[in-house]
Design a protein. Structure first.
Length: 447
């Protein structure tokens, strides 16, 4: 396929000449993929496995991909160069990756795709592999959204709803029976992770709660491994390297901490004017009160500012308030972690940032109705702030601001996670199994 570019002109011949049947194919596409998958890629490489890094090309500019790949010292072995709308990207990944996998299969190789989390790439890449009877290793498997049972708990969503007492709200959220399943948000991530699971042969779950979800859906216990989250490896390395960051020279108002970092990019929040304005009005209130605010301007954020006529207002706030840091996405993960580690609280609709805040011990406020990292909320370091009322959002963020109890909660995402992930894969292969499981093997009717 002409659309695919390769690091080497002899890509297929080089892999065909490798001893052993397996080709471990680590998929990346977006910044979270790079952060969480590159540690696994390096671990596989360190152990001598035949491993390639495959980029779909979804995040292709310097800020979203190029700078971080250079920072991590890796270069993709192939790039699918996908472009277009979501439907086009999905079809291109399946078609182009399917071609690559098919070529390797013809050369006698068993391809093991490593798909991450709830991304479009995870869904499409798993599909591409499964079409050739190659099941995936699903890194960050089993993440499912739980939503507080607002109705059952007698809670509304606005001021006077019962969410004004944030200490009580936190205690409610820390109880497992306060939560319900069934949400389709975030979109399309909850669709993606469920689809990926069906084409997965080895499920690498971050926490026991994720294993619980997968068991309830009928997946085999002996192929589910609770290993932690590989973001830990990347975050701790970046934290160690943060002493070399120059980000505080660029933004000296962040050097002393005492700021809130906002990140608003979930599709649900950015296409709903009511949701987006509730978050924006809380953010604006902090700025006008003189609190230090960092806002990262992501693609979906930009679209929301344009859709809701806020571009001039954001420019005015940036122009008139030195306590407001309004920035494009930073290309280096070390800079991101250096700043987040200084934050008093992170207000986000991201999934990965809920994990990173636990690793760093920084209070988190999740700007959603529910969370696919609800374990971090039950653990006490994260709070739900439903995006419906700016006063409620502001009140919850103020409660979390440098909250000692939230800072001191246990770390729940493990350590040396990449090594544990590879240990799990090797345990299956060394026992004579394959990632794509023979039914006789599953039923224990064959040796």
């Amino acid at each position: 396929m002409q659309e695919i570019t390769y690091r080497s002109a002899s890509f297929y011949d080089d892999l065909a000449s490798e001893s052993g049947p397996h080709v471990h194919m680590v998929m990346i596409a977006t910044k979270p993929d790079i952060i969480k998958q590159v540690p696994l890629f390096k671990e596989l490489k360190k152990r001598g496995h035949t491993v390639i890094l495959a980029h779909t090309g979804q995040h292709y500019d310097e800020n979203l991909s190029g700078g971080m790949l250079k920072e991590f010292g890796v270069e993709p072995d192939l790039n699918l160069n996908v472009r277009g709308g979501m439907d086009q990207i999905v079809s291109q990944i399946i078609g182009r990756l399917g071609y690559v996998i098919g070529e390797l299969k013809e050369r006698g190789k068993i391809v093991i795709p490593y798909a991450h989390g709830d991304t479009t790439t995870a869904m499409a890449a798993s599909n591409a592999g499964f079409c050739h009877a190659f099941a995936s290793v699903h890194v960050e498997a089993g993440i499912r959204t739980l939503t507080p049972d607002y109705e059952g708990l007698g809670l509304g969503l606005g001021s006077g709803s019962g969410l004004d007492d944030v200490e009580r709200w936190r205690n409610v959220l820390m109880k497992r029976d306060s939560w319900k399943r069934g949400s389709q948000e975030p979109f399309p991530e909850q669709f993606n992770t469920r689809c990926s699971e069906c084409a997965t042969g080895i499920h690498l779950a971050p926490v026991e709660l994720d294993r619980e979800f997968m068991l309830s859906e009928g997946f085999n216990d002996d192929r589910i491994f609770v290993v932690g989250n590989s973001v830990v490896d990347a975050t701790l390395e970046a934290k160690e390297n943060s002493k070399n960051s120059s980000i505080f020279e660029k933004y000296p108002q962040l050097a002393g901490g005492n700021f809130v970092r906002f990140c608003i990019h979930r599709r649900e929040n950015c296409i709903s004017k009511k949701r987006f304005m509730a978050i924006f009005d809380a953010l604006k209130s902090f700025i006008e009160e003189g609190k230090n605010v960092l806002l990262i301007n992501m693609n979906q954020t930009k679209r929301a500012f344009a859709s809701f006529g806020l571009e001039e207002e954001v420019a005015r706030l940036d122009r008139e308030h030195n306590n407001f840091v309004f920035s494009e996405v930073w290309p280096l993960y070390t800079d991101v972690i250096a700043a987040m580690n200084k934050a008093s609280v992170c207000a986000t609709d991201s999934g990965s940032m809920q994990e990173e805040m636990n690793v760093l011990g920084v209070p988190c406020v999740t700007l959603r109705f529910g969370s696919d990292r609800s374990e971090s909320i039950m653990n006490g370091g994260n709070l739900i702030a439903p995006p419906i009322d700016s006063g409620v959002i502001k009140n919850i963020i103020e409660f979390a601001w440098d909250n000692d109890d939230m800072r001191k909660v246990p770390k729940i995402y493990g350590e040396n996670v990449s090594a544990k992930c590879v240990d799990a894969v090797e345990s299956v292969l060394n026992a004579g199994g394959e990632v794509f499981r023979d039914e006789g093997e599953r039923l224990k009717m064959v040796n």
